[in-house]
Design a protein around this ligand. Structure first.
Ligand SMILES: Nc1ncnc2c1ncn2[C@@H]1O[C@H](COP(=O)(O)OP(=O)(O)O)[C@@H](O)[C@H]1O
Ligand SMILES: [Mg+2]
Length: 345
């Protein structure tokens, strides 16, 4: 199996008066784990439906390994698919559910048996092969669905919020499972989620969608560290967009037109005293503020601090010997000028 390259060229999809996707161009590289991230209604599922062949583009082209697939029906596309509610065949045992896609491909019984055994072991369900889906937990059912999607060794795996219905621990476990399957098989994977943490931890690259268009595409680190727009900055984590700040923001470079300065909450430090006595003090900006409130969240504390008429969010990891501030406390805020980013409005 050679992992595939996928290419969307100026793809538009309309449903009557609704434009679900507008002029989307996108490349998924061979063997890559690409996540499409965006709020509800931004066009994520539509993108996946087009890729799966359940829908056809209104305009534009989709190529896999250089060949247009817009006229190729879904069942002819060699893809594994897992949806949030992708039902297993309820009247078939786990073994038969996994066996079915192999049988459809005309693979002989002995080989099928060996493959099913192998994948069952791989997803830790060897003891469950004779159960019916209704006798499995949600997490186990999703593991079977995942096993079924990859059992025939497809070059492409499509995931549409497959972990959405699972609770947090199970979700993290499954994320690890998907990630290691991806590594092991080298399947080109396109995953859809609205969960930014899942996107950041799983992906080689992330496509951020908004209103049927791509807002930004980059690696998780680059997206988080250098968001191009305010929307991306806010969607991937918390941000202080210092648009109407009543104090002058000192920055390392000139501010491009049409942008606002932004600083991440964890890039700001709080102290009680007037100055941080650091060697890099000259590289920092320091301002005075008043603590509005503090939320304690185990390993970190989240403060809201008023500076003139702006409110800044500051996130501090709980560490030994660290000052804890209370509402009403006067504090100094410090950040490196080079940590200020410019995001489009
Ligand atoms: N079959 C359809 N008929 C009409 N509108 C649709 C259909 N499928 C999706 N849409 C609309 O297209 C937009 C994008 O939907 P979708 O791709 O499902 O978003 P997401 O998966 O990001 O939540 C939404 O406004 C949605 O209402
Ligand atoms: Mg969706």
């Amino acid at each position: 199996m050679i992992p595939a390259q996928i290419e969307f060229s100026s793809v538009t999809k309309t449903y009557g008066p609704i434009t679900a996707l507008r002029d989307v161009s996108l490349i998924v590289y061979r063997g890559e784990f690409l996540t499409i991230l965006g709020p509800s209604g931004s066009g994520k599922t539509t993108t996946l439906m087009l890729l799966a062949g359940f829908e056809a583009p209104t305009k534009g082209n989709i190529r896999i390994c250089g060949k247009s697939v817009v006229a190729v029906p879904s069942y002819r596309r060699d893809q594994g698919i897992v949806f949030q509610s992708y039902a297993l065949f309820p009247h078939l045992t786990v073994r038969r559910n996994l066996d079915f896609p192999l049988e459809m491909r005309g693979i002989k019984a002995a080989e099928r048996r060996a493959r099913v055994d192998r994948i069952l072991e791989r997803v830790h369900l060897s003891d469950f092969s004779n159960r019916m889906p209704s006798q499995l937990s949600g997490g186990q059912q999703q593991r079977v669905a995942l096993a079924r999607a990859v059992i025939a060794d497809p070059p492409i795996l499509l995931l549409d919020e497959p972990l959405g219905a699972l609770d947090r621990n199970l979700r993290e476990q499954m994320q690890g499972e998907i990630k290691s399957l991806h590594k092991e098989f080298g399947i080109t994977t396109v995953s859809v989620t609205h969960d930014q943490e899942e996107a950041l931890t799983m992906s080689d690259r992330i496509v951020v969608m908004r209103d049927g268009q791509i807002e930004q595409t980059d690696t998780p680190e680059a997206l988080y560290d250098c968001p191009a727009t305010r929307f991306v900055a806010n969607f991937l984590g918390e941000s202080n967009c210092l648009e109407d700040a009543c104090f002058k923001i000192e920055t390392a470079g000139a501010q491009p037109a049409g942008t606002i300065p932004m600083i991440r909450p964890e890039r700001v430090r709080l102290t009680a005293g007037a100055e941080l006595n650091y060697a890099d003090a000259a590289l920092r900006q320091s301002v005075t503020g008043t603590v509005v409130d503090m939320v304690y969240a185990g390993a970190l504390r989240k403060y809201r601090v008023r500076v003139a008429s702006s409110a800044l969010v500051v996130r501090e990891h709980v560490a030994a010997g660290q000052d804890v501030f209370r509402p009403g406390d006067e504090v100094q805020l410090h950040w490196l000028r080079s940590d200020v980013r410019f995001v489009a409005r």
